[in-house]
Design a protein around this ligand. Structure first.
Ligand SMILES: Cc1ncc(COP(=O)(O)O)c(C=O)c1O
Length: 395
């Protein structure tokens, strides 16, 4: 196989070689269980503590507010289901947005089936939540607001700090899914005003299967997992020591290069959009271009299916996505794009390109070269696009 041009960094990232090197000893010679009391275990416990301190420092939290989980899905589920269970005497109403990740939306759906009420605030055409809509949605029985920091499909950045002020005034717990921003943008739990925050290491060049939940001190939430009493009895299960060490290393590396990466990736993203919009007709941007992750470009094209574009780009060695990786394979149009008010037929013709550390200007230029002929071929075969052409010729 020739060189693969990987432009799907929102889906996952390769672990940095330094991360892998930091993890290796904890798989082999330092294999101890941190819950044991002999030296081998204590050494592992020490590594877990150091990782906890380093991660807490990076997001403005206290070490005891960091809980290790298996990733973003678990942290999202835990914040929502754990709050619902612990706070049900206070109320059974939760607020979220229409464009959250499935890990949040499906947890909310589960609660709805079990007697809770959920209000989903809308987003505007750019994908932004209006904090005033959140304020209006809060009721005396509201127990949790969960609004994501950056959207995984269109990269929109939500006004989390503003929403945080509103939830504090109202005395309602606030969770944010920061899976797409962790390692890409500076995070400070105090400035954001959140009580819970989800992160996942594989999105920032760390290993898969490890993540965390920031949980503000004295927040009452029930555990999801019951067992050996790890993580102060709030998240049972033997610690994933290599994963925890790797995640801390990945975050440390990301913090050191974050500002430079953001500038470089935004420039590549803008170069890509300039090239595509100049070379292809009927191509449009999805999502707000100002409040957006620097690495994300999401476009829609009249007359073609996202899936066929992906397959043809794959034949050229280019990996992109048509929406969130978790829904790939489903023929349902993306709920995020529908949430932005994009009609279903246009949502089907969308493509997400997410740039990362390995992306070069040459990769972008190659994309700009190979994509227009793919679009032309697919449009030739498309009954929808042909109908358009006939219309145009007739006019
Ligand atoms: C915004 C968001 N939340 C949650 C997740 C789930 O994270 P994980 O893959 O670690 O379970 C993802 C991953 O696609 C995501 O993009």
């Amino acid at each position: 196989m020739g060189k693969v041009i990987y432009l799907d960094h929102a889906s996952t990232t390769p672990a940095d070689p330094e991360v892998v090197a930091a993890m290796l000893p904890w798989h082999s010679e330092q294999f101890g269980n941190p819950s044991t009391v002999y030296s081998l275990g204590l050494t592992a416990a020490q590594a877990v503590n150091e990782a906890r301190e380093s991660i807490a420092g990076a997001i403005g939290a206290q070490p005891e507010e960091i809980y290790f989980t298996s990733g973003g899905t678990e942290s999202d589920n835990w914040s929502i289901l754990g709050t619902a269970d612990a706070q049900q005497k206070k109320g059974r109403h939760l607020v979220t947005s229409t464009i959250e990740h499935h890990a949040v939306l499906e947890s909310m759906d589960y609660l709805e089936k079990h007697g809770y009420e959920v209000t989903k605030v809308p987003v505007d055409a750019g994908g932004l939540v209006d904090p005033e809509d959140v304020r209006r949605a809060i009721r005396p029985d509201t127990i949790l607001i969960s609004i994501m920091h950056a959207n995984n499909e269109v990269g929109t950045l939500q006004p989390i700090a503003e929403i945080g002020k509103i939830t504090r005034e109202a005395g309602v717990l606030f969770h944010t899914d920061a899976v797409q921003t962790a390692g890409k943008l500076p995070l400070d739990v105090e400035a954001l005003g959140v009580d819970m925050l989800s992160m996942s290491a594989h999105k920032f060049y760390g290993p898969k299967g490890i993540g965390l939940m920031y949980l503000r001190k004295r927040t009452r939430i029930s555990p999801l997992f019951h067992g050996g009493g790890q993580e102060k009895g709030r998240r049972a299960g033997t610690h994933n020591v290599p994963g925890i060490v790797g995640m801390a290393k990945a975050l440390e590396l990301a913090a050191a290069r974050m500002a430079d990466d953001a500038v470089r990736e935004a420039a590549l993203r803008d170069r890509l959009w300039a090239g595509l919009s100049a070379g292809i007709e009927a191509i449009y941007l999805n999502g707000d271009m100002t409040h957006r992750l620097p690495s994300n470009l999401n476009v829609r094209l009249d007359g073609i299916e996202g899936e066929s574009m992906i397959l043809m780009l794959d034949m050229e060695g280019i990996c992109v996505s048509s929406g969130s990786a978790c829904t790939t394979g489903s023929l349902e149009p993306s709920h995020v794009l529908l949430g932005l008010g994009i009609p279903a037929e246009h949502a089907h013709g969308s493509l997400r390109v997410t740039i990362g550390r390995s992306t070069t200007a040459e990769d972008i230029d190659l994309f700009i070269k190979v994509f227009p002929p793919i679009v032309a071929r697919l449009r030739e075969m498309s009954p929808v696009w042909c109908a358009n052409c006939v219309c145009k010729q007739r006019n």
